[in-house]
Design a protein around this ligand. Structure first.
Ligand SMILES: Nc1ncnc2c1ncn2[C@@H]1O[C@H](COP(=O)(O)OP(=O)(O)OP(=O)(O)O)[C@@H](O)[C@H]1O
Length: 243
């Protein structure tokens, strides 16, 4: 069974349809980009996987569990199996890098020796052991993004979700971060990345699920950023409206 299954999922916010009849399956160990313009529905799709939002219709299954019938007391266990890299869940500015990681670990691990070991291991993975005592404001944008990744990895999730992880990063830092995500995926973790960083997505040549106005218009392996498919779809839609 696939690790993430969307089966005819629609998500509405009032009159606004954020996702429409979306179906796909993501296998364990896959690296998938979710691409599309601003407002296409990328964050909504990620939030549904996390069960931060509820689907209006359709069925979502993650790690073998249906989210629509998941008991309230199971939700935190579900979320703890998913690591999130998002600028929205920022770092605590008055805590060191090391403490930021420890803070994430308090919910899942016991024993300070083990927590310390884990924190240093994930900081090592992202190449930031030397910055463990720094505060977020003392880091570059790229380093802060890597701390967000280290924090997401600290709880050993099954799935890593990244929402526009390279937003606000320069090309070198963006590339470094993508390489780290690829490395994490190479170690076996499922990675789902929402992005509109066209060049990076094209270079990475991974599976791309392309969204236009909440609809999947392309889902291709070894894909480049498929602007053509989305443009053709937009054109058809505009023509259909005019008829
Ligand atoms: N909580 C909400 N309430 C109302 N409308 C929402 C809500 N969240 C998202 N939407 C709407 O759903 C649509 C999809 O939004 P979403 O944030 O998923 O897009 P996105 O592709 O992630 O965009 P961006 O790249 O700008 O982050 C948009 O039209 C947005 O206005």
């Amino acid at each position: 069974m696939a690790q993430i299954i969307f089966d005819h999922v629609t998500k509405k916010f009032g009159d606004e349809t954020a996702l429409e009849n979306v179906s796909f399956e993501i296998e364990k160990g896959e690296f998938v980009f979710v691409i599309g313009r601003s407002g296409a529905g990328k964050s909504t799709l990620l939030n549904l996987i996390m069960k931060q939002e509820e689907a209006t219709s359709g069925r979502i299954t993650v790690n073998g569990r249906r989210l629509d019938i998941m008991k309230r007391r199971k939700i935190s266990a579900h979320r703890s199996r998913i690591g999130i890299v998002s600028q929205d869940v920022g770092l605590l500015k008055d805590r060191s890098v090391y403490d930021n990681i420890l803070f994430a670990l308090w919910a899942t691990e016991h024993g300070s020796a083990q927590m310390k070991k884990t924190a240093m291991r994930v900081l090592g993975l992202v190449g930031l052991v030397g910055k463990s005592e720094s505060f977020p404001d003392e880091l570059s944008g790229g380093e802060r993004a890597r701390v967000l990744l280290a924090r997401a990895l600290s709880t050993s999730p099954d799935i890593l979700i990244a929402d526009e992880p390279t937003a606000n990063l320069d090309p070198d830092a963006s590339w470094d971060l993508m390489q780290l995500l690829a490395e994490v995926n190479y170690q076996g973790m499922t990675v789902v990345v929402a992005s509109h960083a066209r060049d990076l997505v094209t270079i990475m040549k991974k599976r791309c699920i392309s969204l236009v106005s909440g609809m999947v218009v392309a889902d291709e392996k070894n894909s480049i950023y498929n602007q053509k498919a989305t443009d053709i779809f937009e054109e058809r839609r505009i023509l259909a409206r005019k008829k």
